[in-house]
Design a binder for this molecule. Structure first.
Ligand code: ASP
Ligand code: MG
Length: 438
């Protein structure tokens, strides 16, 4: 069975909900994970904010406005009075429930319940629409199987057991709809997987049922080989290894968050990024397979600071790097790139909250130089299968760009360059022209 996830924009209007239904009613059995309609979770967060501030009236007002919006959606979505009435009754019950929080105490527990309501609304609406249109569909409630453990990590064994129970209870169906984002914690209280967590839900369900594939539907055609905001002619990447996707995500590509795809990665389930606006496009497949000897994509991360520590004391000494790293550690500052020579070491960081203190301490060990407004350019691809020429091709592309640092060999999937931010656009374009567009 496949797991398909549609985000807030994909279910953002009644028309978009109908478009989703067209995509999921191809006769193949599937589980469909839905986010809240776009904007709804933000509104629910706002309602909670008013309630924290004990402004019950403000909260009421927003709830009423939201309810009116949803009632209009219902008129637009359904064609039968029967389903309109049924869904409006459901809405009334859910919005009355929301209003009940405007009385009495308000804590984190109530907030968690409120922000999770968006997914309850969207999934019920889509399920009712499917049923109205005569499809064999059922809603399986995420709160009955999605659960985190005492460390607030997803409890995959629990999810496996309980989703099975829910699927059986729902009976033989073509389409099972469920909520993204929401879950219960180890104590059974309503909780969530953090903002944007619906991708995580899809990945977890995929792993729990050993899905053949997880599809993440958005409104772009997969992952591009470079940043379209800065570069002419980018194109979708057909396939990425999970590690390549993780490097790209970390270095700024707008792609799935790496922790979200962790369960799929461990279970070896391919994740496909597909486009609701162009459903027949191939999109991007992310899996544990490596496309041999290929350079895949480029991403850039801004606001990087480079620090060089040079010292003749480093010559033939041991323990120097440890002392340097301990300073960064004590200021909870993580290092992205590093390059060493016999007499010095350069590192890059993106968190400069404690930069002055760090520099002060580093000065005990050598001369310290700092370069601000730098940018990391990361090139990913297969280095595992002795991809001879990978690094020279990337370096050649940057022949006319001053490079401050190069990091290569740290993983099987990338080479990173540190350059000045002002050269970023030229560097990205040169890499695209050289690596992908000839
Ligand atoms: N609705 C939630 C949010 O807006 C979860 C999601 O969209 O993935 O963060
Ligand atoms: Mg969202």
């Amino acid at each position: 069975m496949k797991v398909l996830k549609f985000g807030g924009t994909s279910v953002g209007t009644p028309q978009r909900m109908k478009d989703v239904v067209k995509l999921i009613t191809d006769g193949e059995k599937k589980i469909v994970v839905l986010s809240a309609m776009s904007g709804t979770t933000n509104t629910l967060v706002e309602i909670s904010d008013y309630l924290y501030k004990k402004n019950q009236e403000g909260a009421q007002e927003i709830i009423n406005t939201l309810e009116n919006k949803y009632r209009k959606h219902v008129d637009e979505l359904y064609s039968t009075d029967e389903m309109k009435n049924k869904t409006k009754e459901f809405l009334k019950q859910e919005f009355d429930y929301l209003r009940s929080f405007t009385k009495g105490i308000f804590t984190m527990f109530e907030e968690k319940i409120i922000v999770g309501q968006g997914e309850i609304l969207s999934t019920n609406m889509v399920t009712n629409y499917l049923i109205e249109q005569g499809y064999n569909a059922a809603l399986i409630p995420a709160l009955e199987f999605m659960r985190t453990d005492k460390n607030a990590e997803p409890d995959l064994e629990y999810i496996k057991d309980k989703i099975k129970v829910q699927l059986e209870a729902a009976g033989e169906k073509d389409i099972y709809i469920t909520q993204g984002f929401i879950c219960r914690n180890a104590y059974g209280e309503i909780d969530n997987l953090q903002r944007g967590g619906s991708d995580y839900t899809a990945s977890l369900i995929g792993a729990a049922i050993n899905a053949s594939e997880i599809q993440i539907w958005t409104d772009i055609d997969g992952m591009h080989n470079n940043d379209p905001r800065f570069v002419d002619k980018t194109s979708p990447v057909g396939h990425l290894h999970f590690e390549e996707a993780a490097e790209l995500a970390y270095f700024g590509a707008k792609i799935l968050h790496p922790t979200c795809v962790q369960p799929a990665k461990f279970a070896g389930i391919p994740v496909k990024l597909l486009n609701t606006m162009d459903p027949t496009a191939a999109g991007t497949v992310i899996s544990n397979e490596t496309e041999k000897k290929k350079i895949k994509a480029v991403a850039a991360k801004d606001n990087i600071t480079a620090i060089r520590i040079t010292s003749s004391r480093m010559l033939l000494a041991y323990g120097f790097l440890r002392k340097v790293f301990e300073i960064f550690e004590s200021y909870k500052t993580s290092i992205d790139m590093i390059a060493t020579s016999e007499v010095g070491v350069s590192v890059s960081i993106d968190n400069t909250n404690n930069l002055n203190a760090i520099i002060d301490e580093l000065k005990k060990f050598g001369r310290v130089e700092v370069d601000r407004n730098m940018c990391i350019i990361c090139v990913v691809g297969d280095l595992e299968s002795q991809n001879v020429g990978f690094e020279s091709k990337a370096t050649e592309a940057l022949a006319n760009i001053p490079v401050r640092m190069i990091s290569y060999g740290g993983s099987n999937h990338n080479i990173s360059f540190l350059i000045n931010e002002e050269n970023k656009k030229d560097a990205l374009q040169a890499l695209s022209d050289h690596l992908f567009n000839n």
